[in-house]
Design a protein around this ligand. Structure first.
Ligand code: ADP
Ligand code: ASP
Ligand code: MG
Length: 411
């Protein structure tokens, strides 16, 4: 007998038939003798609609009330799946985040899980009852409902798997695994049998939304065995094998580049004509940090006259208005000539642990983009990743060109 956590995303619980289908999948695991906890997302489209309701009343809404509204989608699906399981004769109950409880910090809208008290759930699981947990939500230190950021049900699932010491955490979604790049954009994308935690972490943080970044962090820290697989393939009988997220030493043949991710959630800001002297970077990025604007890529141009230079950097698209306002307010101390912002950019990243021991990986990227006439605006690198910022209109062309250039195309 094993203990397993299964997570079903929005499309997998998108309507009543799909919820019944999920119930049958859970039934198979129960019949195999396993103890099962299931984490569910809201039905697809529901969270977007709830977010819109909040914004339609007031864009500057109270984040605690936003959480009360958007967390409701998961409450619906947890109850519905429990009913579907009961109607198959399987004992099941729903758990809201606060009932478990899944405790979070007070960062409403993107709260972090602090701890999970599994005492009550343990008792329930021991009796053979299936726990159906509402993903994406927990309860804050103040006793308020808090949500974990978009895509947060993945993190609920992995955190729960760590807390109940599950043998596996299966993430069911609308693709049958992690691909070399988004299969909805590049038809020749290949499914990976295995990917390392580190690569998956970079893929997720650079935009591959198949797993939320924090869920990968959590899996890595707690050594949770995570598998990504489709809830649609092999409806009857067992699922097709998906992608296993593993330690590096479990992968014998290391690819130089294993995957390519992209993020449209980027905006570029350039401060033209800032003084080229010590302390300038600190003066620019200090106020942004104070206003909770995260800066990602940064490039400082060479100073032509030794006195002034241009500073270019990227922020999340949602933060652009706030970032510009902060910098305009600081104009008198920063003394730049102009501020230029551009939201029509996309960040494309190539990722692979093999990069550590291979030369020429970046050059291949630059050449492939140059051959297609795509201009690179900003570059940033880490040990296992190279990212470039390009005009948004070239996103798909760049992904396809890079996919071919690194020999990733499916046969
Ligand atoms: P769920 O609702 O199940 O959580 P998501 O929409 O959050 O599903 O994530 C699945 C989607 O992630 C896929 O439909 C796919 O378009 C996208 N995706 C992006 N990059 C990748 C990748 N490298 N491999 C697989 N899917 C990817
Ligand atoms: N329903 C939430 C969202 O759409 C959480 C999730 O699906 O993981 O972001
Ligand atoms: Mg998701």
């Amino acid at each position: 007998m094993a203990r397993i956590v299964l997570k079903f995303g929005g499309t997998s619980v998108g309507d009543i038939d799909r919820i019944k289908n999920v119930a049958r999948k859970v039934e198979q695991e129960v019949k195999a003798g396993h103890q099962v906890a299931v984490v569910v997302s809201a039905m697809s489209g529901v969270t977007n609609q709830l977010v819109k309701y909040c914004n339609d009343i007031d864009k500057l809404h109270d984040a605690r009330e936003y959480d009360a509204v958007v967390a409701s989608g998961e409450q619906v699906t947890s109850g519905l799946l429990a009913i579907a399981l009961q109607s198959l004769g399987i004992p099941a109950r729903s758990w809201a985040g606060w009932q478990v409880p899944i405790r979070t910090d007070d960062t409403h809208g993107k709260a972090r899980i602090v701890s999970i008290d599994t005492t009550e759930m343990e008792k329930s699981l021991q009796t053979g009852e299936v726990a159906v947990v509402a993903g994406f939500q927990g309860v804050s230190e103040q006793g308020r409902i808090a949500t974990l950021g978009r895509g947060g049900s993945d993190t609920s699932a992995v955190a729960l798997a760590a807390a109940v010491k599950a043998d596996r955490c299966d993430i069911y979604t609308d693709v049958d695994g992690v691909y070399t790049t988004d299969p909805r954009i590049v038809a020749k994308a290949r499914k990976l049998d295995k990917i390392t935690y580190e690569e998956m972490l970079e893929m997720a943080s650079q935009g591959a939304k198949v797993l939320q970044t924090r869920s990968v962090e959590m899996a890595m820290n707690h050594r949770v065995r995570v598998q990504v697989l489709s809830s649609f393939e092999a409806a009857a009988g067992s699922s097709l094998p998906g992608t296993l997220v593993v330690d590096e030493d479990e992968i014998v043949e290391k690819e130089v580049v294993s995957g390519i991710a992209y993020s449209r959630d980027e905006a570029k800001i350039t401060l033209v004509g800032v003084a080229d002297q010590p302390g300038v970077a600190a003066a620019i990025f200090g106020p942004l940090t104070d206003n909770a604007v995260n800066v990602d890529m940064i490039v400082q141009n060479v100073s032509e006259d030794g006195k002034s230079t241009d500073m270019t950097f990227t922020v999340g698209k949602a933060d652009i208005a706030r970032a510009v306002k902060v910098l305009e307010d600081a104009q008198s101390t920063l003394n730049y000539k102009r501020i230029v912002s551009d939201a029509n950019v996309v960040k494309v990243s190539v990722i692979g642990v093999g990069m550590r021991s291979h030369a020429g990986v970046a050059q291949r990227m630059f050449k492939a983009l140059a051959d297609k006439g795509i201009n690179i605006q900003v570059i940033s690198t880490s040990e296992i990743k190279i990212s470039v910022l390009i005009a948004e209109e070239y996103a798909e062309l760049a992904l396809r060109a890079l996919h071919t250039a690194y020999g990733l195309d499916a046969a």
